[in-house]
Design a protein around this ligand. Sequence first.
Ligand code: MAN
Length: 470
Amino acid sequence: MKNIAIATLIATQAHALVRGVAPDDQHLYEPKVVDGVATWNCLSDPSIVLSFDQINDDYCDCPDGSDEPGTNACSMYDKRFYCENEGHVPNFIENFKLNDGVCDYDYCCDGSDEYKSGACPNKCKEIHEQFQKYKAAVLDDIDKSLAIKSKYIDKATELRAAVEQNVAKLEAQIALYEQQLKKAETSQDDSTSTSYEAVLQKVSNSVNEAIEKYEQRVVEESERVLQLEKLLGKLIKGYNPNFNDLAVKEAVHGFQDYVSNKKDTEKVEHNVHEQLASAKTLDFGEGVASANEPATFGNMIKYYFAAEEQNSPQKVNVASSVSSSVEVKQLEKELEGLRKELGIYKQDLEKNYGDKDILRSISSSWVTQKFGEYIYKIGLQKAIYQDNTLIGNFDRFEDGKLYFNHGRKCWNGPNRSAVVELFCGSSQQLLSVSEPEKCEYYIQLTSPIVCEKVNEQDLLANFKINYDLL
Ligand code: MAN
């Protein structure tokens, strides 16, 4: 009974005292009292039983090193020592750094990592004050940056909406044009405009040509006849009837006959010209042509179309067929332009502009800053120049980075190119430029567009102690 009481006391004390173990894990180090002796089992292999005082005895007994949470005896097992850091934030330090003579205040502001020598006084109060100042400054900065970012998001939303509006407008316009085109195509089909028009034009051209040639010949023939009539007229008047020349007499009598039977030449010529002129006109007149009407060119066409019309239920309308063909061509041309424009807008909507399309808001932003020996001009969605040398044109945004390529060719090397990485900051500023490979640049920029809310963990991870102030 007495032994059990002592063991319980040991166990309670031991539990409170296990060095290097976080409060949440202390229960893993509760002793088991066996036959009045406080024992403990390795965590990874409970079949290995140690006496409780083998914990933190500077000798590694367990295969997982769990018996040495507060020493560096099992540091080959990648163990972490718990620093309480009262007054600041508890933390862990790798066990191999324990008692190495270095005050690792970044982890253990209370100096507990050097507990053996006690050479590191507790600096948690001072460090915590530094942290509080840092935190206030960062949060203030982030708040400002986030306010700017929110304006950028609004702008990006507006810009996207404008593109979407253009898409909707163009789609509506295209639908309308497509309807009109369908209508025009139907009316073109109805009137079989292309074939009638072509036939008409072809026939008209060749017939006109033939008529003109014929007219020309008629004129020439008339002139020749006139000349002959004049000659024979002279012969009739001037021949000597006393010469008994039979051939002359026969010619004179024949011509006298010809003259007395001759029709009114002018009238005939007039009629011929009239006929030819009317043949050339495309006067279709009213009503259906019949094969019995005079064989004018107009009647021929009229007859042709009348026959066509009988074969097809639609009305043949040469004038409308010509105009619908022009309209179809015009509509097709306009549709092509509209579709091209729509394609550009649609492609733009599919482009990666980052979360909430935020890169749209800085598409016209340029950062001009000297870095090293050059002045860099960086157009986040356009191009990058190193002085006047083109480093690259904007290509894409991928995995949070901006890619620029097809820059000016490097002597004995590739075309220049760059990758730009953005870091949170209240404005767009050049942080650094490096050239990991010849003419391949890596550029760091700050911008509010990548800022996010930060939590305590982020703040602690990024906080750097100012050792000069300790
Ligand atoms: C210029 C700059 C450099 C680059 C060399 C390559 O000096 O563009 O960044 O490395 O050309 O010849």
